[in-house]
Design a protein around this ligand. Sequence first.
Ligand code: HEM
Ligand SMILES: *[C@@H]1O[C@H](CO)[C@@H](O)[C@H](O)[C@H]1NC(C)=O
Ligand SMILES: *[C@@H]1O[C@H](CO)[C@@H](O)[C@H](O)[C@H]1NC(C)=O
Length: 342
Amino acid sequence: MRWWCCVFAFVLTLHLDIIAAKSAAQPPPNAIKNKPRTMPTTRPAADHLSTAYYANSCPNLEAIINQKVNAWIKRDSTLAPSIIRLHFHDCAIRGCDASILLNYPGSEKRAHASKTLRGFALIDEIKAEVERRCPRTVSCADILTAAARDATVLAGGPFWQVPFGRKDGRVSLVKEANTVPQGHENITSLIDLFQKLGLNIVDLVVLSGSHTIGRSTCSSIQQRFSNFNGTGKPDQSIDFNYLNSLKRQCKLDTNFVNLDGTTPRTFDVAYYTNLEKKMGLLSTDQLLHSDSRTSPIVDALASQAQLFTSQFAVSMVKLGNVQVLTGKTQGEIRRNCNFVNS
Ligand code: HEM
Ligand SMILES: *[C@@H]1O[C@H](CO)[C@@H](O)[C@H](O)[C@H]1NC(C)=O
Ligand SMILES: *[C@@H]1O[C@H](CO)[C@@H](O)[C@H](O)[C@H]1NC(C)=O
């Protein structure tokens, strides 16, 4: 990135912080302060991460990851959104510690909420290659974070520098995984969840913009079709024709529908303009446009594509820094992403 581009993005970010501060019922004090945008504001542990972390110990790491992500997504482009979602589910539970990758009865991966997660085999293949080239050096959490960045770029989204140095966690619990949002929550509970992760309202709306690509199973929207929220009627916040087309595509619970009903394969602001047309797929998507705390941010992003891409990169760095384990005492470098070291 050229210097002027960074300045530009910085100014726009401040602009969004002001929106966030205005629309928050009780703005966290750090939302208004003029802080450098790459500095994590909540978790000091993230200060130990560095883009140069593996510069000596595994100089080809990013090339290895990039090559594998490219090869797999070239064969199956639907993997790009799946890897981005996998990173979110990792970071949302116990922080970005690869706990979602642990694979045994009772682990997060076995939870109901994890049923439609994909991309594990790609991460395993990257890890195997990285272990060959740089044994016992690179964490699974760092691999997943960089893979999500590369998947974003391949999907047509922005590039950002990934800070490295996360350690892998040793704990993964089914019941915690079921606390990730499923698409039927209210906005207050989404805001609360994000706030617990150190993410603000802007991050919530911007990162939900990942739903500009990818798919959902019909089971996540079935409740909108009839007797929504005990009203005896379908969800009234959804466009009538869009609802009918979804019903036709959802003969089976296990069918897929696009999260972005207009440009499902393009990383653009159509996710937000769709919300303005009552065409959000998940009820949580649509609520972002009806709640007064989030709707100004939706409208700002809908009309400024450059703002969306620049802020998406900023918010993804923040997501990747959530509750990270760092240093010599926390976590471990897992040898196999599926299991803790014995
Ligand atoms: C804010 C609350 C969020 C809710 C309620 C939510 C909910 C969902 C649901 C229900 C699905 C479809 C699951 C299925 O039925 O198969 C989905 C898919 C997806 N989500 Fe979210 N999500 C949220 C935030 C995020 C964030 C923060 C990201 C990334 C940074 C993200 C990225 C994705 C992607 C890329 C997909 C498509 C996955 C694929 O095509 O395989 N979501 N989300
Ligand atoms: C939002 O959801 C939470 C958690 O389910 C619930 O406790 C709360 O009462 C809900 N708030 C509103 C306004 O419906
Ligand atoms: C569901 O119903 C409750 C109570 O009638 C209401 O407060 C809430 O806003 C509704 N939720 C949605 C998502 O419409």
